[in-house]
Design a protein around this ligand. Structure first.
Ligand code: FAD
Length: 318
């Protein structure tokens, strides 16, 4: 059986979980087995409707304490659930939760792990999983030889496939440890689309010259209902808050559309955004390295191009 871990915010299932469900369901089909899901904690979403993503059952560990991530508590509970359900493959999203939990689950189950898979395994000769390495610069094909296998799926690597169907929901009866981390307060950024969940991100770099010029970025983000982000020097200089910094040392994002304005495209920046489905680059230097990673590029002055783009989108949206 393929067991897919459902990641959530304490109220909503995260979008990367739908990709993991579709991947797990396709993998189960390939292996001739069933796909089931595991949800620690509680959400407001309809769990039976997860059957629309190709799974037959949702196992829920409905403990309030699991609504906040404690990687050690999660890993122990998931490993025990996987053992009692006799899962052969456990699938996670390769997001912050998956990165913290999947290796711990693999260690507990003495299972081989491929972190950051980008395709379904090739099972013609072993169980070979393709994964991205060196911040997306190359791929490695890794053969998992253990009986139990753990895979974390890179965001935006596998399309969400909706089918028809309802899953049965069953409560799991597994002892869950008390959290080892006490959460004193949760301070969420209000009134904005969270960067890690955003479908569209508009991002600004040093080419914008100063914080006083960010209105053109915000206006474009506003018409697109997008989240805003920035390069590291912009956050370091205090032009934008640090929680907007994307890249190797910042947040790693995977929106459908990433619009980079006045950002050169250094490898450390690309490491955080190269999982975006479509990348649009606006830069006045035609030699800017970002254009090599872009799907669409506009060579021009941001102060000229961006307001025009915003106006045109406004007109299109009526
Ligand atoms: P710049 O490199 O200064 O580029 C500005 C760009 O704006 C240029 O391409 C220029 O042509 C263009 N431009 C200028 N004026 C205009 C205009 N009017 N209109 C349009 N375009 C214009 N960086 C990150 O972003 N995230 C990270 O996580 C990160 N981690 C790092 C980790 C390490 C260990 C190191 C060493 C570096 C890291 N960096 C990171 C920094 C990274 O190497 C780059 O220095 C940084 O990304 C550059 O930011 P930028 O593109 O905004 O600025």
């Amino acid at each position: 059986m393929v067991l897919i871990f459902i990641d959530h915010s304490g109220s909503e299932i995260k979008k990367s979980s739908y990709e993991a469900l579709s991947y797990g369901a396709a993998l189960a089909k390939k292996l001739g087995t069933s796909a089931e899901a595991l949800l620690p904690g509680t959400v407001e979403d309809d769990l039976a409707a997860l059957g629309n993503y190709g799974i037959s059952k949702v196992h829920q560990l409905a403990k309030e304490t699991l609504n906040n991530l404690d990687a050690q508590v999660y890993a122990k509970a998931i490993a025990e659930a996987a053992t009692s359900l006799q899962a052969d493959v456990i699938v996670f999203s390769h997001n912050q939760t998956g990165k913290a939990v999947a290796p711990r689950v693999a260690a507990r189950l003495k299972a081989g792990l491929v972190a950051g898979a980008v395709a379904l395994p090739d099972t013609s000769n072993g169980f070979v999983v393709k994964k991205s390495v060196f911040s997306g610069k190359a791929f490695a094909n890794v053969n998992i030889t253990t009986a139990i296998k753990v895979i974390s799926l890179n965001p935006n690597s596998f399309p969400v496939k909706k089918t028809d169907g309802l899953a049965t929901v069953e409560q799991l009866n597994i002892a869950v440890d008390a959290p080892k981390v006490k959460i004193a307060a949760i301070d969420k950024v209000k009134g904005e689309v969270p960067l890690t969940e955003a479908e569209i991100v508009v991002s600004g770099g040093r080419g914008l010259k100063g914080p006083e010029n960010w209105k053109i970025v915000e206006d474009l983000a506003h018409v697109l209902h997008a989240a805003t982000a920035c390069s590291r020097p912009v956050a370091d200089a205090g032009w934008r808050p640090h929680h907007e910094h994307v890249g190797q040392t910042g947040i790693q994002i995977s929106p459908n559309l990433y619009i980079a304005i006045g950002i050169s495209g250094a490898i450390q920046h690309l490491a955080g955004v190269n999982r975006s489905k479509t990348i649009v680059v606006i830069n006045k230097d035609p030699e800017a390295p970002f254009f090599k990673a872009a799907d669409y590029g506009i060579v021009g002055d941001a102060f000229d191009v961006v307001p025009k783009l915003t106006e045109e989108i406004k007109k299109l949206k009526g």
